[in-house]
Design a protein. Structure first.
Length: 256
């Protein structure tokens, strides 16, 4: 098996189970542990995974979020449920902002149901999907392209957002703890904050599995959002803390 094929197989295993074991990989592919170490090093440098003792994971850490190409293959049912609920906040004729991320990409495609719309985004997946659609005025934010996030980021993105205004911004996050939403990348944080500053209403989209986790940067107060949508109720302790703080969650219902 060629190195590229072996590394793709490792990625596929990570999508299925989120973690891989170094010894198991060496046995599975009949190669040395050193070869697997090199594979994991290359995938980590590409931002695909995070090496841990004895293997690797795609679970987010305080300074790590897995590559967009992996995230877009995970949790599709939850993403669809949250996107469908978010869609109920949109009316034809509105100007809508949607940020980076695989969750946001699902919502971006659903927005076709609400046209005519003006859509502002730095999400390359949404740009590619909607660029030829009628009834959508697509404002594609420029900047420095990030393969890891499949989005455009940086000063150019932020300055463009400063000159724009939207009715609502949909912001996703990989971590929520206490009263705060977090992200591990400072460029992504600045872009998300710029969208929030340029929108009349703000909606946070977060998978329930991300509650109780932090990342490197505190991105925003939960109270800054007009709506917080998740796919399932969080643990009782987390819900009790939200209740004490007066933070209300909208639980997206999955279709049977």
């Amino acid at each position: 098996m060629k190195r590229e094929e072996r590394q793709q197989s490792i990625v596929n295993l990570l999508v299925e189970s989120k973690t891989v074991d170094l010894d198991d990989l060496a046995d599975r592919f009949t190669v040395s542990k050193m070869t697997i170490h090199r594979d994991l090093d290359e995938l980590e440098q590409a931002g695909v995974l995070r090496k841990v003792r004895g293997g690797a994971t795609i679970d987010a850490g305080t300074q790590f979020e897995s590559d967009f190409r992996l995230r877009e293959r995970q949790g599709n049912e939850a993403k669809i449920a949250m996107a469908r609920t978010a869609l109920s906040l949109v009316e034809p004729g509105m100007t809508v902002m949607v940020n980076d991320g695989s969750m946001a990409a699902v919502l971006g495609e659903m927005l076709l149901q609400k046209r005519p719309l003006t859509l502002i985004t730095n999400n390359a997946a949404i740009m590619e999907r909607l660029k030829g659609e009628t009834g959508i005025t697509l404002i594609a934010l420029g900047g420095i392209y990030s393969p890891k996030f499949n989005a455009f980021l940086g000063v150019v993105t932020e300055e463009a957002l400063f000159r724009l205004r939207a009715d609502i911004a949909f912001i996703s996050t990989p971590a929520v703890s206490g009263r705060l939403a977090y992200h591990m990348d400072d460029n992504v944080v600045r872009a998300k904050r710029a969208m929030m500053s340029s929108a009349t209403r703000k909606c946070l989209l977060v998978n329930h599995l991300r509650f109780g986790h932090t990342a490197l940067h505190a991105m925003a107060e939960l109270a800054d959002f007009d709506a917080i949508i998740t796919d399932s109720a969080p643990d009782a302790a987390v819900q009790e803390e939200f209740d004490r703080q007066g933070i209300r969650l909208t639980i997206a219902a999955t279709q049977e």
